[in-house]
Design a binder for this molecule. Structure first.
Ligand code: NAD
Length: 380
């Protein structure tokens, strides 16, 4: 690959917007595990006051605030009471997947900007309702995909958009792990809605869909299984008896523009990896090393496969040292607040992630029916 092509991939610094002097009154909905990353990040920002927290579990929000040394904060038994009582600029929706839609829609309908944790929600219908509430509100809704801010992840999009691969026609993606089923609220339909698909599948879908400009998904053939989560051989009895989501899923998706997406994701299987991610273009192919989770960066170089002067060559794209960049959670939250202050579009817009959600939901629906289905997304 020539230097002029490679040099297109070197600019990786994420621009930080100037502070506008505005202060943000923020509320946190759901004070579980991921809320810890949100509060730790908000605490680093001197233009943010976390003034309210809500959790369905009595006393949980109070204990959370105490643990993180947050003073002068008010506590509520659910998102509704908090939003009704407070004048908030923004909320972080850190609840389990099954309440993402109701919390987000309620906040938007009450004029509050929303940073919504991934996955966007559970079903396509919920995603449509969220997008409609966002449109009616005129507020900022950003979806919490922090890998979007990682310099190595950004390289994938830069490479594709540079034209180095030519027209992309096939993508294999997914990833995951041999053993690594999370616990707590992740393994039950009533809280998580979906398993590996929603937890880590949404990330790997976002990496490749974002790289190719988020084309609309048209059809999907899906498969899901739960052999490990429900098995007493691989799961503790107290988890196996409540496990009722997917621990492995696969999908074959046709995207607008003729691109094929071949996807598989795993929390548990008898294999080290379901394979690297590959993006095939008419001029070159890109190999992205498989990761366990896709939620941050990766630790092996990207590789471009092409023909140069009649020879088949492989070009390694050196890894970018990301240790000096601001944390990914910092960038995800900062970019959301900056979008509110500057009147900019959402950094990770629902207009893209609705397609990610439609694929996840399409895989579940196709798997249940045992056949290919068409993905239909009504006008927002
Ligand atoms: N971005 C990331 O890296 C990352 C990592 C882990 C989890 N997540 C996402 O964060 C979300 C939460 O995960 P978690 O591990 O923190 O879950 P969790 O179960 O630890 O916490 C969720 C909390 O939300 C509360 N809750 C649910 N509905 C509520 C409502 N209507 N009002 C107030 N509180 C409500 C629950 O009582 C619970 O305490 C999930 O969607 C998950 O996918 C993102």
């Amino acid at each position: 690959m020539s230097d002029s092509v490679l040099s297109q991939f070197t600019q990786t610094v994420v621009e930080e917007k100037k502070a506008t002097g505005r202060r943000f009154k923020v509320g946190i909905i759901g004070t579980g595990w991921i809320a810890e990353s949100h509060i730790e990040t908000y605490k680093q920002m001197d233009d943010v006051d976390v003034v309210a927290m809500a959790d369905l579990i009595p006393g949980k929000a109070e204990a959370f605030a105490k643990r993180f040394g947050i003073e002068g904060c008010r506590f509520y038994p659910s998102h509704k009471e908090m939003i009704d009582a407070e004048e908030l600029d923004a909320v972080s929706v850190c609840t389990y997947n099954m309440t993402h839609a109701e919390c987000t829609i309620y906040a938007l309908e009450h004029g509050v900007n929303v940073l919504l944790e991934k996955p966007m929600c559970v079903t396509t219908e919920e995603a449509v309702a969220i997008c409609r509430a966002e449109k009616a509100s005129g507020k900022v809704l950003s979806i919490g995909f922090q890998p979007r801010f990682d310099a190595n992840m950004q390289m994938i999009k830069k490479i594709v958009q540079s034209g180095a691969l030519g027209e992309v026609y096939y993508i294999q993606t997914g990833g995951g792990r041999r053993r690594g089923i999370p616990n707590s609220t992740f393994i039950e339909k009533k809280t998580a809605g979906v398993g590996a698909l929603g937890d880590i599948g949404c990330y790997s879908l976002d990496v490749v869909l974002n790289a190719i400009g988020y084309p609309k998904p048209l059809t999907v053939t899906g498969y899901t299984s739960d052999f490990f989560g429900t098995s007493l051989e691989y799961s503790a009895p107290e988890n196996a008896c409540r496990f009722n989501v997917d621990d492995f899923a696969a999908g074959f998706i046709r995207l607008e523009g003729g691109v094929i997406l071949d996807f598989r994701i795993s929390w548990a299987m008898h294999m080290d990896t379901p394979g690297d991610t590959i993006i095939l273009g008419k001029k070159a192919g890109l190999r992205i090393p498989s990761t366990d989770c896709w939620n941050g960066t990766f630790d092996k170089p990207l590789k471009i496969y092409s023909d140069v002067g009649g020879r088949q060559v492989e070009t390694e794209i050196p890894l970018i040292d990301t240790r000096k960049q601001k944390g990914l959670f910092y960038q995800k939250i900062r970019s959301f607040l900056d979008a509110i202050a500057n009147g900019d579009p959402a950094p990770v817009p629902s207009s893209q992630i609705i397609y990610n959600q439609a694929i996840i939901d399409g895989i579940c629906k196709s798997a249940a029916l045992g056949r290919e289905i068409e993905i239909e997304i009504p006008e927002i």
